[in-house]
Design a protein. Sequence first.
Length: 426
Amino acid sequence: MLLIKNVKLVDALGERGPVDVLIGEGRILSLHGGKAETVMDGRGLYLAPGFVDLHAHLREPGQEVKEELSTGLLAAVRGGYTDIVSMPNTSPPVDTPEAVRALRKKAQALGLARLHPAAALTQAQEGKALTEAGLLKEAGASLLTDDGHTNEDAGILAAGLLQASPLGLPVAVHAEDASLRRGGVMNDGPLADLLGLPGNPPEAEVARIARDLEVLRYALRRSPKRPHLHIQHLSTKRGLELLREAKRAGLPVTAEATPHHLTLTEEALRSFDPLFKVAPPLRTPEDVEALIEGLLDGTLDAIATDHAPHTQAEKEMDLLRAPFGIPSLEVAFPLLYTELHLKQGFPLSRLVELFTDGPRKVLGLKPLHLEEGAEASLVLLDPKERPVNPKAFASKARFSPWTGWVLGGWPVLTLVEGRAVYQALA
Ligand code: DOR
């Protein structure tokens, strides 16, 4: 039994407390104290439901030089995550039930964050032939996606949605038109021209979102069960507007935004540093503002990391050759707690919802609130500020675009069903 005394509670329902939280048998037993072997002082700290990440590249199998389950899932619990969706753009891609089972088995043995592997929508993520959605679901796949690649063939995406809908599986898309994106390494516009760098235009994302929403309309019309399209790492104001309209029209679509698209802009590319090279690219302040508005008004459902580790050597190549991606599992919540909640007054309860019930809903998981009887998959957060130090990351990617940023809201204890999977040294 664990007793956390005098701790404030925050979940999608709001902020409450301070209370004394008694945890045992994997559940919250009481919010009014009780007897326990272990007693913690929760004064000044927040207790929240464990975070859920819809989008992490954990690189297993085949790219363990960048990350592996043991390091990625440790990074996850250090970031306050109890549940992680791993992306299938591995080597080989996760496109068979056997591969999904192998990942789940290995993750279970690690006993860190719970893994919900995503599986490829198409065989080898080549965009040509669909994978076996039914068997993948049976093996434990949480959603289907060719993320890391774009779905150029609208017919395949439609067939994928039709195949996945009776199974209740979401289909997640990396919405960029490859023919417009071409070799762009940063947001297309006056700054890219000034820097002489190839641009990836916002229209590449907007056009693809528009197309995918039409594909969804088609699937909705043809499918006996509602399909579910999920738009990954939405980054543009216009894309957000299309999504808002689609949701108003009742389309079954959800979407996520990433910590980097919410806290950085294309201005960072003035450094020519590949740390800031990501797909879709960092955009303009106007886009960032629109995304934050979208988080507030419910147009966006979740904040997902798109944790994308690469080796130091890869990220030290020149900007044109370095791979796309930013690792963020260990800083995502503190970043948004500080930059959105503390600095811009973004409501804490809504922020926590975007890390908890928002992504849970996308995955079809029940909401999790801090109530007696609730599953004790929880995170304890410390508002005390300290600078980001990527050298201390558990992730193999020990670099960060946020190095030195002074943040609060650090996870100090992560529990999965009452079991401590991470505890910071006091
Ligand atoms: O920045 C990115 N990194 N975007 C992607 O689509 C893929 C990802 C990766 O796998 O590194």
